[in-house]
Design a protein around this ligand. Sequence first.
Ligand SMILES: CC(C)(COP(=O)(O)OP(=O)(O)OC[C@H]1O[C@@H](n2cnc3c(N)ncnc32)[C@H](O)[C@@H]1OP(=O)(O)O)[C@@H](O)C(=O)NCCC(=O)NCCS
Length: 443
Amino acid sequence: MTTRETKGAAETVDGGGVQTVTVVDNRTGRTYELPITDGTIRAMDLRQIRVDDDDFGLMTYDPAFMNTASCRSGVTYLDGDRGVLRYRGYPIEQLAEHSSFLEVAYLLVHGDLPTRIELETWVEEITHHTYAHESIRRMIAEFPPDAHPMGILQAAVAGLGTVYPDAKDIDDEEGRHLQSVRLIAKMPTLGAYGYRHMRGLPVVEPRNRLSYSANFLAMMFAVGDPGFQPDPRIERALDVLFILHADHEQNCSTSAVRSVGSSQADPYASVSAGIGALYGPLHGGANEAVLRMLDRIGNVDRIPEFIAAVKERRELLMGFGHRVYKNYDPRARIIKTACDDVFAVTGVNPKLAIAQELERIALEDEFFVSRQLYPNVDFYSGLIYEALGIPPEMFTVLFAIGRTPGWVAQWREMLADPEQKISRPRQVYVGAGERDYKPVGAR
Ligand SMILES: CC(C)(COP(=O)(O)OP(=O)(O)OC[C@H]1O[C@@H](n2cnc3c(N)ncnc32)[C@H](O)[C@@H]1OP(=O)(O)O)[C@@H](O)C(=O)NCCC(=O)NCCS
């Protein structure tokens, strides 16, 4: 193995076998050889780089985790430059075409596609845990009528932890399985309860003869109709949307789930934290923001004015851009196809023309091209939801329902990983030095 000294910078040297990087500390002239594993160096290996014995050691500074891997994960593979997304190795395009949401949920949680028997058992289990405890239903009823359904969902999921105190036993494999099933099963019920509350309608209890997606539509829309059965094309489109949202590796909400879960909180507290993160307009709230943006633009003629405002930084083109995709989001491509299927049933959403023209301009415009800003999953999903009669406040709830298997899978993987400990970033302190307290009259 060879090492070369560089001008203080780090350089990778392939020495036949173990790869390393040599770092020269120009403060001391000392060199350090750090192993490279899976394209990463261990941040803790930098701690040995010290000026003297009193020095704490070198740390990395990485606000917003732009270049820091926080875990080793086998759940989702994402190549943002090439626009590739795979769950447990399976391309998202194949899963969206051939699989069902519950099968994908099994795949994410258990690591492999189920056999027929395993799938039947899994679907049966999920279906028989769809009911929510009465106390949670009553809690939802107490929210103000204009409460945002994401706030309700976050509270309701955290509340499930009070109903299932056994969930605190996170070391029990059977218990972990039961809580995983409960979370995936109850999420549509809680989401739909929030919607019915918003509309001032009585709740519709789960209809377990229906599929996961059809049951959700029934709990949202059935009014005194025990035979409610959605159009199969709508049912399938919703199932596909859930599949597309099911996991996306270490995004903001998943990191929140892992971070809270690392304190050994129960999975309801952890997933509730994920829902809080998803609520924000830069994350799951973006689909709602896209619809509001299209409403504000109003018609195709006003697009140039809007694009000018984006370039002057007075607006964001919501549904565009992504921290990791610097190419077309593969999910956005699939959603565009799902749009056609849904609009064949519901009629075309008039905002589609505005969205398509925005996309056409943005994909040609230097401002967006040079920044590699492409449509993301949220750009078209809101149009479908709106065509289904789902109000914008509910869009992120649908995202949360879809994302739950991913959160569950990542939480379980975190617990099983012997390298994980309680999550606790470092800081660079930039506040005041030590100073003496002065009584209020002396300030
Ligand atoms: C998703 C998002 C938060 C990623 O942010 P990020 O990785 O921190 O990227 P940055 O904010 O550094 O963006 C890089 C550049 O593109 C610009 N940019 C990013 N997204 C933009 C958007 N949607 N509209 C206009 N400009 C955008 C930034 O202003 C920045 O320009 P600059 O380098 O000249 O300052 C960001 O693209 C965004 O806010 N998109 C809109 C919200 C959205 O659709 N979120 C859903 C994500 S699935």
